[in-house]
Design a protein around this ligand. Structure first.
Ligand SMILES: *[C@@H]1O[C@H](CO)[C@@H](O)[C@H](O)[C@H]1NC(C)=O
Ligand SMILES: *[C@@H]1O[C@H](CO)[C@@H](O)[C@H](O)[C@H]1NC(C)=O
Ligand SMILES: *[C@@H]1O[C@H](CO)[C@@H](O)[C@H](O)[C@H]1NC(C)=O
Ligand SMILES: *[C@@H]1O[C@H](CO)[C@@H](O)[C@H](O)[C@H]1NC(C)=O
Ligand SMILES: *[C@@H]1O[C@H](CO)[C@@H](O)[C@H](O)[C@H]1NC(C)=O
Length: 414
């Protein structure tokens, strides 16, 4: 067991102790919720699914004479999306008559409501949503907002995620940044007002002006005793909704975080995704190889065309010429030497006279070393016209680079 793992385990124990200490109870996990590397997450990599974590004990929200109590909730969370800059559906703090919500829908319903009960006053559900998807059917303002919902997915008030700084200027916060965020919900019974504040615990400053402030008496919507918890859902795109530490009190308080901020795990790579990555990489490599191959063949084709262009007419007329491109190319150093010297003047100088040619043809004399150079010249073309109709030569270059005549100059029609 590595020391890193041991410290992680110790940290996890501390976190668990810390939560139970403050909430005096534990969270009951349902649906997709579970732990990833010791961190509680409401959702898994499962798509179109929802997960919940509800406090196991029922909480008293009304006194014996039916008066609603004030309450405050603070929780720390991290949303790690599957795709950067693209949200899944989001999460919510929920107060519900039941411990967990069965028969809810995933996707845009966040695991709180379904199509049938959405908006029904008999739901008795209060929620503060952290919505990372813009659902026009619920009048969502954008794909990164905080909203207060009662009995349905259509928020009573909502605002883009962010906070007001000391100067009162609004500052954006991204819910899917993967950074730890803090949400505080205060309900003052005296003021019949709900304040919701989003903030970054990494900043020492706690916003004094809330993000959302709703004047609303909650007593008609609340039962005497209700359960509190969290819900989150995924759609076609996934996200991990880490629910770290939370506090709930029957009075107004804003607790401080006296723990260091841990690093939350990245979005897990699923088996199918890993296979997909391998496949895509292989395809990309294959495509790259194909591109390189076609570029190379195009290059050689162009070079070949360049050579073709300097082929003499006689070569074409006389059917298949026996000088392989490669041989000629090599023998003449890519024709650069000749072309560089201009006008084939040099070739003309060493052109064998007729007597020599006859000797060659009779096998008495050796072929001149620069035969290929000569072959290429227009003059030899003319010479060929005169003498060469029956001349059938095959010249190859051996590995040593010496020019040899493999097929003897068979017959000479003179
Ligand atoms: C209800 O009970 C609380 C204490 O439990 C008390 O403070 C409050 O005044 C009562 N309200 C009414 C209307 O009786
Ligand atoms: C479950 O929800 C569906 C709508 O999503 C609804 O039609 C159905 O009646 C519900 N079932 C129960 C038992 O509540
Ligand atoms: C609201 O829900 C209750 C109980 O589930 C049901 O009887 C009632 O018909 C619903 N109302 C509407 C408008 O759907
Ligand atoms: C906040 O984000 C919105 C869009 O996401 C952008 O239009 C606006 O300029 C941003 N404001 C600040 C202060 O960054
Ligand atoms: C809620 O916010 C308003 C300002 O928008 C403030 O006047 C009020 O005191 C706040 N209430 C609580 C309980 O913090």
């Amino acid at each position: 067991m590595s020391s890193k793992l041991i410290s992680q385990v110790i940290f996890l124990i501390l976190v668990l102790l810390c939560c139970t200490e403050y909430t005096n109870g534990k969270l009951i996990m349902q649906g997709s919720s579970g732990f990833v590397k010791g961190f509680r997450t409401l959702t898994s990599t499962k798509k179109h699914a929802y997960g919940q974590a509800f406090h196991d004990e029922i909480l008293q929200f009304k006194n014996s004479n039916g008066t609603m109590t004030s309450f405050s909730v603070t929780f720390f969370f991290v949303i790690v999306p599957e795709h950067k800059h693209k949200g899944s559906h989001g999460m919510a703090f929920v107060i519900s008559p039941t411990r967990g919500i069965t028969n809810a829908s995933a996707d845009q319903y966040l695991g709180i409501f379904n199509e049938a009960n959405n908006g029904n006053t008999s739901n008795h559900i209060f929620a503060v949503e952290l919505d990372i998807n813009k659902d026009d059917e619920f009048g969502d303002i954008n794909d990164n907002h905080v909203g207060i919902n009662i009995n349905g997915m259509r928020s009573i008030v909502s605002a883009p995620a962010g906070y007001y700084d000391q100067e009162g200027h609004f500052r954006n916060l991204s819910l899917i940044s993967g950074n730890l965020l803090r949400l505080t919900i205060l309900y003052s019974h005296k003021d019949t007002q709900i304040n919701v504040t989003l903030s970054s615990p990494e900043e020492a400053y706690y916003p004094t002006k809330p993000l959302l402030s709703l004047s609303q008496d909650l007593s008609p919507y609340f039962l005497d005793k209700m359960y509190a918890g969290f819900s989150a859902s995924t759609g076609s795109v996934g996200a991990m909704h880490y629910m770290w530490i939370w506090f709930i009190n029957g009075y107004i308080t804003i607790p401080d975080l006296d723990l260091g901020i841990p690093t939350f795990p990245p979005y897990p790579i699923t088996k199918t995704k890993a296979a997909l990555i391998v496949l895509v990489t292989a395809l990309a490599l294959a495509l790259f190889a194909a591109l390189v191959a076609s570029a190379l063949s195009f290059f050689f084709y162009k070079r070949h065309m360049k050579v073709m262009e300097v082929l003499e007419e006689w070569e074409i007329e006389c059917g298949p010429h026996r000088f392989a491109y490669k041989e000629l190319f090599k023998a003449t150093n890519g024709f650069k030497q000749l072309l560089g010297k201009g006008g084939f003047g040099q070739v003309e100088e060493v052109r064998p006279d007729m007597a020599t040619v006859v000797k060659i043809l009779d096998g008495v004399s050796e072929l001149p070393n620069n035969l290929l150079d000569i072959v290429r010249t227009e003059k030899l073309g003319r010479w060929y016209e005169t003498y060469g109709n029956v001349l059938d030569v095959e010249v190859t270059m051996e590995s040593g680079g010496d020019l040899t005549v493999t097929e003897p100059l068979t017959s000479v029609g003179r």
